[in-house]
Design a protein around this ligand. Structure first.
Ligand SMILES: [Zn+2]
Length: 384
């Protein structure tokens, strides 16, 4: 896409706090600054794609290929909408894509009032149904109901709701501060008390997302394994539209934990998580910039160790890398399958780089069936 223009003005990941944007708002221009590049998440998983104006063919191909036979999603002016988007112009085209689903009920609301309700089992255009909302500014909700397939999409038309990340971040900072000192925290109470700080849905969603993120860390710290994954997924889902420093860091941390490496694509060089992108997503042998030693967000201890091991890897210190990985493997009573994959790959590549073929082959052989690293492992096992 051209970095200089983004004609669609549909910005799914619109919520950031950029002073230049504030200036634009003050001057009466309500469009956000040109987001370049824009990353778009699959509506059905956390895979991330580069957005192309007016066409999401890469993403729609992914949906058809990976999510196969059955799916539901919404497109607005040719762009796949995960759950919400903000649109400053008129909606030119809106389509609800349904494939191999039973008959479902669709309800469209504008400003809380129902404007359409119908049943369908096939892909349908909503453009005409949305025409009464031509001059409407506010929230349009499209709900798809029927059994477990409930989906809700929100289109904000016109001015983006207020979002004060500085105030919210300041309040949220209480959590990591306490979390480092204590093993118990009343997060529900925190959310209850601070909910009034979030003056609209967007701000409340942000607060909730950050609370869910820290809830996953708290559960882990307390030694729970059950429920952690749910918290991780809830946090990821809630934080997807936000582009603040904390939300970015939380999303990268979560993506790394879930092995959704494509979500690390937006991580800039030289930052704490960039080395994870270089290693797991780009399979890069070298880094162009020295990675940051500290994270801007509190991460779980294993992620911290993994990133220290990656720094050692890119620093060329194989002994240290293997000390980290064997230490983790030795200590962990029950290692998460995702972490096991990451550590195994790190060991395999370290042995390979050191010319320790036998050991590399042995470690790589544990990865031959992995959907991402299988081809690399298989090639080494067969040809070394
Ligand atoms: Zn997907």
């Amino acid at each position: 896409m051209g970095a200089g223009k983004f004609p669609e003005l549909i910005v799914q990941e619109w919520v950031s706090k950029d002073p230049s944007w504030e200036a634009l708002k003050e001057s009466g221009q309500i469009e956000p600054p040109t987001p370049a590049p824009v990353f778009r998440y699959c509506p059905l998983c956390y895979e991330c794609f580069l957005a192309h104006p007016g066409s999401d063919s890469e993403l729609t191909n992914h949906i058809a290929r990976v999510h196969g036979k059955e799916h539901i999603y919404l497109t607005v002016d040719g762009v796949v909408v995960r759950d919400s988007c903000w649109l400053s112009k008129l909606i030119r085209k809106c389509e609800l894509v349904l494939l191999n689903v039973p008959e479902l009920e669709v309800q469209i609301q504008a400003g809380g009032k129902e404007i359409a309700r119908f049943r369908t089992s096939k892909t349908c255009s909503l453009t005409r149904l949305l025409s009464p909302t031509k001059s409407f500014e506010g929230k349009i909700t499209i709900s798809v109901m029927g059994g477990p397939r409930k989906r809700e999409y929100t289109i904000y038309r016109g001015k983006q709701p207020e979002f004060r990340s500085v105030e919210l971040d300041k309040a949220i900072q209480e959590i990591p501060n306490s979390l480092m000192a204590k093993t118990s925290l009343d997060l529900a109470n925190f959310y209850e008390v601070h909910q009034q700080l979030g003056t609209n849905e967007l701000e409340q969603r942000y607060l909730k997302g950050m609370v869910e993120y820290y809830h996953s860390l708290l559960l882990e710290k307390q030694g729970h394994t059950v429920g952690v994954r749910d918290r991780i997924e809830a946090a990821m889902e809630l934080l997807l539209p936000f582009r603040t420093k904390s939300a970015n860091a939380a999303r990268w941390a979560l993506a790394l934990r879930m092995n959704c490496f494509s979500s690390l694509k937006s991580c800039p060089e030289g930052t704490y998580f960039a080395q994870a992108r270089s290693f797991f997503y780009d399979a890069a042998e070298k880094l162009t910039e020295t990675p940051a030693v500290e994270s801007s967000i509190l991460v779980n201890p294993l992620t911290e160790e993994l990133l220290s091991a990656l720094r050692a890897y890119y620093g060329g210190d194989s002994m240290e890398v293997l000390a980290y990985t064997s230490g983790i493997f030795r200590r962990a009573k029950q290692l998460d399958a995702n972490d096991e994959i990451k550590l195994t790959l790190l060991e395999a590549r370290t042995h390979r780089r050191d010319g320790n073929r036998e050991r590399a082959r042995e470690v790589y052989s544990r990865l031959v069936h992995h959907h991402l690293f299988g081809p690399e492992a298989d090639k080494f096992v067969r040809h070394s």
